[in-house]
Design a protein around this ligand. Sequence first.
Ligand code: SAH
Length: 460
Amino acid sequence: MAKQKTPVKKNEKISLTFEDLTHEGNGVAKVDGYPIFVPYALPGEEAEVKVIKINKNFGYGKLLDIKKASPERVTPPCNVFYKCGGCQLQHMSYDMQLEMKRNQVQNVMKKVAHLDHVPVHPVLGMEDPWRYRNKIQIPVGEKDEELITGFYQHRSHRIIDDMDTCVIQNELGDRMVEAVRRIATDLGIEAYNEETHRGMLRHIIVRTAFGTNDTMIILVTRTEKLLQQDELIKQLTVTYPSIKSIILNINKEKTNVIMGKKSRTIFGEGYIYDSIGDLKFKISPRSFYQVNPIQTKVLYNKVLEFANVGANDVVIDAYCGIGTISLFLAQQAKQVYGVEIVPEAINDAKINAKLNGITNTEFMVGEAEKVMPWWTAQGLRPDVIVVDPPRKGCEEILLKEMINMAPKRIVYVSCNPSTLARDLRILEDSGFKTQEVQPVDMFCQTSHVEAIALIQRKIM
Ligand code: SAH
């Protein structure tokens, strides 16, 4: 087949003027209508670019030299930003990040949901959009007989060996990684080697609770036993009394999945507590918990406002995790039903209800798309439904069941605007109307976008 002609060639050096951004945060410039995507280029900028990849309808380039910089360009505070790929937007002012995220939601609302007139509010951002994460998962490697910890270089499995801090991670988590690495090196613990599938320590995971300072450390090992386990525990916990639990997670597989199926608590109770507002939550290693606790409050407040639950309302919280949203809703509702697929999380949710003296909740383990029809069969008729699915959005049968349940309102919390828009279209075609969408910046410096939609049932 004859090669399609493109206006630029691979390896060619060209001058481009950027006009737009992709949702990953790449700059977009066009040559005779042919788009070229260039990481770290900003709209309004002029730059020298090397073309590195050519596809039929678009190409990729590498930024060589910026001739005219955007006033929104800032110096990334992280010294490995361009290598890491964990953050995509540190080169962009925070105002621009928020604007970009709002545009992204607006775009999918128009192009995917065909809901041009639904207001998408300005993104609720952070005052200080750094050091916000409460969870770090970091690979362990070796260099010059010392353990090293660092994220993988962009699109590779090479550990960045000069990463001394992660600027979106809270300091305590950062220090914990450093402490484990140092003590484990001293004790002669070896890092896991992906190529040979030998060695011991694969990943260090640290979860810190902002409300209580409780810290959980999960050590992912290839082996059943950790060398010098007792000594490691002693040195860590003596120095850092905030460590409430240390868990050994065994992952013997040759896999990219971080955690294995088997866990053993080697210090403490095996869980930590955190508080959000006036509620306290128990969190187990396998349970989902929002990673930006400051913005979690902002997010949940908006969910509560949109849900607008009254004392006679029956509410469903689907994809409820450890029951965080459920328990806030329960303070206003008659009864709240939560469903979640991870058994440990539902176990936490039940304990969390007790912990907070809340008696009007019921939690079930299962797939939301299966449990909701079952609830209908049991005669449950919710007034309000809150859904907070993973990136792939709601299953179609779940959307159908919500339509069938005919609540007054649905509050849809989403970490993926594309699937949110897809699902809103389906609801719109079936007697519901999207009223407004509120994006919340949960993942500052990255291109991830969180948004909440308020959907009302049309009166027919
Ligand atoms: N609302 C919670 C959790 C949101 S994350 C919070 O704010 O903390 C999404 C949750 O959905 C995760 O806990 C995940 O385990 C769960 N999940 C994923 N697929 C599911 C399914 N098919 N049915 C029910 N829960 C599911």
